[in-house]
Design a protein around this ligand. Sequence first.
Ligand code: ASP
Length: 326
Amino acid sequence: MARPLIAVATLGGTISMAPVDGGGAVPRFGAAELLGGLGDLPMDVLAETLAGIGSASLDFATLLRCRDWGLRQDADGFVVVQGTDTLEETAYFLDLHWPSDVPLVLTGAMRNAGLFSPDGPANLRNALTVAADPRSRGRGVLVTLNDDVHSARWVRKAHSNHLEAFSSMPAGPLGMVVEHAVHWFHPSPPRLPSLDGDDFGGLVPVVEAGLDDSGAVLSSVATQPEVRGVVVAATGVGHVSSGTADVISRLVPSLPVVVASRTGAGPTLRSTYGFHGSESSLIAMGATMAGWLDARKSRILLHALLAAGADRSRIEQEFRSRGDLD
Ligand code: ASP
């Protein structure tokens, strides 16, 4: 059987880092060094170092360049290596913009090469396995760390430091890598069409609602001229204070406002509560509910839709289909 060809692009992150001169860990290793430690592989690998930075410094332009590089290689699978801090956002951004059935698999590491038991080599080896598995095709962007395989749609970094840092609660991981084979637990739902926007200028901030919240922060952030839309990380099932509700009602006629839950799990509701600032009152004002998407992924989706020129009704419809499960 022909060996699969896997393209690997590295962007930096802890997996590429080690301490220098007794100081903290900094990016030191590119694609060749990371792959060089894996020994003989059952696939052909074509690798490129595209960046060597902490993942908080990644941006949409770099990710689109990375996507284009991956598409150009015409490989059987594509692995992207980066820091774990923004990996959930990168995965979702790439998932929205990956037009191919070729598996795109992200990985990173929680422990740098200077610590005991660094997890980078095992994670990278697993990512190659997932990318080379023909059953990964058509599943969109996948993430593997700590032997779990997650879908971009659900994955989030749920612990700052632990090896088991990534969670797909409540959906659960799609599969697990065992003895260099993927054990799939779930089929993937049908993929929605990819987005093709290129106008990523402007800002889409996330503003968190909370106690003693007059709405003044939301108002001052959302009325900046660069702001094209705003995501409110609302309390509970999509609730804000009555002051914030007043601000949202003033913003909505001229600005898309998406309301997500700040809880980190569970959807926004649509029709359970009726007070001023409740989910149903915000919907009546014209706010868009994020459904099961958290505020971080909502920010990515809203910016991607605005970049693609989506109008208000398309934004509403896309959040319904990508954020709700009905
Ligand atoms: N601590 C981060 C990591 O896990 C650093 C980064 O995201 O680049 O890779």
